[in-house]
Design a protein around this ligand. Structure first.
Ligand code: CAA
Length: 286
């Protein structure tokens, strides 16, 4: 397949990840359209992006006119039809295979056939998502890390039927966004989550085994292992629900006991203690 030069990027879902990806896209100079299910959610995402860009201006890491120009490249919409002239569409909706399949089926009707379709899934199979469309060669994974604007890595995932052109186009976009992209195949958890999810689950099990507080565990891993943020702070940032889902997805595929989510965080997820986004996880937030 011949992939067009990527000029216009669509982002589906403007939650923490999608808004971060849209921010990266406009900062890299791409015309960007972000889709949310309501105008209110679209406005909130726009405000969030404007806030973080303004912080960069305040800290003299970005000129005021660059900030204005970047925001000028951002459009939000509730209509998938707005993706018709996109060269790359990045999906960042809920981690639910059924929802993603439905979305990709709809995108196939709208986005022109040579455009690349990417998923930001962290634990689902890109190959399975690509099965929703009749042109799976244009589907790849672009897995960003939370917070997307700050974390340098993006995993460029080659699914069973991805074309080399689609993979390289996504890689090039990652580079232009200032990231350090890596190429990998579509295996459960790709590279980082394959390692990080069982490790975080071990950390959570240690809370009960060593009868240590979340604060002390975080101190242990930052002061003793050089982590930039402690595991409890990190799981609160990622979202307890997202972490439980990723653990379940990995466990289902690889059956390694360390991948299964510890009972403690399953209970937290069920109780709505989802971390920063709900105001309460291992820690309380304003
Ligand atoms: N979006 C955009 N900009 C943001 C942001 C966000 N979500 N969060 C913060 N910023 C900006 C802010 O403007 C902030 O400055 P101000 O506070 O002055 O406004 C600026 O970035 C710097 O923030 P910090 O001072 O907090 O930066 P830091 O030096 O402490 O580093 C960090 C923060 C990069 C997140 C660092 O703590 C870190 O590397 N933590 C580990 C994160 C990690 O491991 N992420 C991976 C999670 S796993 C995952 O994502 C995979 C998955 O599939 C679930």
């Amino acid at each position: 397949m011949t992939v067009p030069e990527i000029r216009r990027i669509g982002v589906v879902g403007l939650g923490a990840m999608g808004a971060g990806i849209a921010q990266l896209a406009i900062e890299a100079g791409y015309e960007t359209v972000g889709r949310e299910i309501s105008e209110d959610l679209g406005r909130r995402a726009h405000d969030r992006i404007a806030h973080f860009l303004q912080r960069k201006v305040d800290k003299e890491r970005m000129a005021a006119d660059e900030c204005e120009a970047a925001l000028g490249r951002l459009e939000t919409t509730t209509e998938l039809e707005a993706f018709a002239d996109c060269d790359l569409v990045i999906e960042a909706i809920v981690e639910d295979l059924g929802a993603k399949l439905e979305l990709f089926r709809a995108l196939e009707q709208i986005v022109r056939p040579e455009a690349v379709l990417a998923t930001n899934t962290s634990a689902l199979s890109v190959t399975e998502i690509a099965a929703a469309v009749s042109t799976p060669e244009r589907v790849v994974g672009m897995h960003f890390f939370n917070p997307a604007p700050l974390m340098p890595l993006v995993e460029i995932v080659r699914a069973e039927l991805s074309s080399a052109e689609a993979v390289e186009a996504a890689f090039g976009v990652g580079e232009r966004m200032g990231k350090r992209p890596i190429r990998c195949h579509d295996t459960p958890g790709f590279v980082v989550n394959r390692v990080l999810i069982p490790l975080l689950n071990d950390c959570i099990r240690v809370l009960d085994e060593a009868r240590v507080s979340p604060e002390d565990l975080d101190t242990a891993m930052t002061a003793g292992a050089g982590w930039p943020m402690g595991p409890c702070t990190l799981v609160d940032l990622v979202g307890i629900d997202v972490h439980v889902h990723a653990s379940e997805a990995l466990y289902e595929k690889l059956r390694e006991p360390r991948m299964a989510p510890p009972a403690r965080i399953v209970a937290m997820r069920n109780a709505g203690l989802l971390g920063r986004k709900s105001g309460r996880g291992f820690y309380a937030y304003d």
